[in-house]
Structure formats: structure tokens, C-alpha cells
Design a binder for this molecule. Sequence first.
Ligand code: SF4
Ligand code: SF4
Length: 421
Amino acid sequence: MLDYKKALKQCIKCGACMSVCPVYQATRMETDVARGKLAVLQEVASGKLGLTSSVSEILSRCLSCGACAEICANNVQSDILIQYGRQQDFLKHKPALSQSLLKTVTPENLSRNVMIQGGALLEKLLCKQIPESRGLHMRFPLSCFTQRSIIPQISMTSFLKDCQPEEKRAAGDIRVGFFVGCGTNYLFPETGRALLDILKEVGIAPFIPEEQGCCGLMAYTSGDRKRAVALAKRTIDLFFDQGLDYIITACASCFAQLKAFPKIFETEPERRQAERFSEKVMDVTSFLIDVVGYDKLGSTRQQVPKDSPIRVVYHDPCHLRIKQKVMEAPRRFLRIIPGIELVDLPAHCCGHGGTFNLSNFSLSMQILDRRMSEIEELQPDKIVTGCIGCLMQFQEGIQRIKTKKRIEVLHPLVLWKQQYL
Ligand code: SF4
Ligand code: SF4
């Protein structure tokens, strides 16, 4: 607590974080920028202000993107301090949204597929009642879904269930573990399939434990540290003693959370183990480019014939760009895909932010609309991004713009697969 108070006081209120905070840029409210949030947390820490529902609301209006901490010349770890505030808030209030969503995200439930298959059935029933030809399609009478125009389709067969036993055993000179993540497993299983195809081409079969579950990011950013720790322990246990050289993931949010594991443990031995684990974690395109050298090998596959190149914009997920600085590898990967023209897009947040999108939907859409107008100007055929949260956000985004052109949203690995026979 003493260190926490000291860390809060490190903020000299210079306001540099105002220039990078996507939430503040949308609202211009002092309580939405790190400086304002830290001032509120200082009042709470000193006992002058209680952890009221207004404070909970202020804390929830943060995308956990880390841009404020990156720009801060005084090295204030604002995102982590805001996160700590959320943990205190969670212990006091146990927010209804987090509780209802997260109590189902236990390692046991995920491995039994209970929640996900129930959700898939519910979604199927609801979809049946709303024809796709109507403007109302995909609008569901569920409180956190009512304002959406699209709900991501949950695959009835998850990636992990669909994997054949011989595809899950590590083989090849480089020993690689594949952390699949909930989004790839249930919403975008084609991403995992595309990855297996590329790895097969370069003679690598990854280790894919079927019992793996959630990375814990959603629990962590909701302030539920206990659940995040349990999920992290499970992941580390599954991958740790397998003699792996690398652990890769195709989702930027999972990647950021796996990298952050050392920060969420309290004891020194656990932290050290988490450090050894997270040192091996790589984003999939960095692995393919920097380790495998895929851009130098060239694919032996036959290309899909195309008359003119497809215009593609690449959106940098905040979880790859800001703290991990992974910007070059995804672009190098995209440049080797035949038949595409990669168009430059400035790096800005899409407004998803995991639980932020659920608890602050309108604000999330405000940030998304700004991002979509930047994209619309470039007239792309496809938006590609390596984060499951951003993919879902852009699926919503393309429904919100009134363009006649059909824009597709997809993962770089899936685009790779589309361009080859
Ligand atoms: S958090 Fe850092 S950048 Fe923001 S006001 Fe405080 S000292 Fe300045
Ligand atoms: S983490 Fe991102 S959204 Fe949250 S205060 Fe910092 S810059 Fe703003």
C-alpha cells in the first residue's frame, strides 16, 4: 500500500498522457485520462474519497492499452496503477457484469466447453429468429448485446476439438507450443487451422495441449486477480515442462497477457517461473519472420489467380504495438502474401479494450467510428489485424459504415490461406 501511494504521487500532472489516451481524445474529460484517474485514486488511497460507484465508473473507462505509461517521462506505470484500483474495486463491489461473465470462465468450465457450447446453442436459436436479410439481423434481446449490430459466430466445433491427435504433438527442429486462446478456439478457428498449415509447410508440428483454456486477460482487467492467477498457473503448468523453445499465440491480447504473467504473481518463486515462461512467448508473425525466416523461404504453394491486387489495411493491435513494439513482423509477413497491396494506415486504437467494450459500449463505438472513418478513406477490400478483440470490433465497424463496397475483416494468417490454393 505504501509503494502504491508512492507510485501514485509520482504523477507530476504534466498532462503528456492526454495526447495518447484514446478515451480522453474521445471525451475530453479529465477523469478519462490517466492523470485524472490517478488523482482520483490518490484521494481514495488517502481515505478522502470512498470507493463509490462513481469511482468504479471512472476506473472502468480505461482500455488498458498502456499508451499513457509509454509516453510518461516520469515513468508512472499508470495502466498498472489503474489496474490495481480496479482490483480493489472488484473486491469491494464484485461488478455484476464481471461476475456474471467471469464466474463461468474457470479452467474446469473451459475445458468442459460448458459455457461456450451453451452460448453457441443460444446464439443459433436467436439467429434463427432474425433473418439475415433484415436490417435487424443479429440484434439480440440480451442486455450487453442490445446495441450491437453483429454478434460473432461461435463455432460449434472448437479448434482444439477439431485438431487431430497427430497435429497436437510437437515435432520438428524447433519445439513450439501453441497457446490457442478462447477467441481463436471458439470464434475464429480458421486462424488456428491456417497456422497449422504454415507450420506444416516449414516442417513444424506444434505442441497443443487440449486442456488449455483462457489467458485470463478479461479476468485481470476486470480486477479479478485471483481468477487471473488461477488461469495463469494452469497455462504455465501445461506448457512449462515440455522442453519448448517458444510458445506462440495468434491473438495479440493473449500475447500481452502471457507476457504480463510475471506481474500478476505475488511470491518470488512463482514470479521467477512466470518469467521463464513468458520469455518464450512470441506473437505468431514475429515467430514466423524472426525465428523461421518465412519471408526468405518463400511459399511452395500455388497462388490463387487474381486480376488486380486486393487493397489491404493492417491495423496494429494496441497489445502488440504499444508495450511489445511488434509492428514490423506482421507487415513483413503480409508483404510476402501474393496478390495484395498493403496500404499504410496510421496506428490508432479501435476502442475494443476487452471488458471496456462490454461496460462502455457507446464510448467504445465512438472510438471505433473515428477509426472506421480513417479506414474508409483508404477504400480497402480487407482489414487485417492479429487480435481477436480488434477483429470483433471491426466486424462491428464495417456494419456501422454505409459503404457499398463489401469490406472483409480477417486475421493475417487467414488472408495468407485465402491467397493460396
Ligand atoms: S501520468 Fe505521467 S504523463 Fe500523465 S500527467 Fe502524470 S506524469 Fe504526466
Ligand atoms: S491505459 Fe490507455 S485508455 Fe487507459 S488511461 Fe492509459 S492511455 Fe487511457
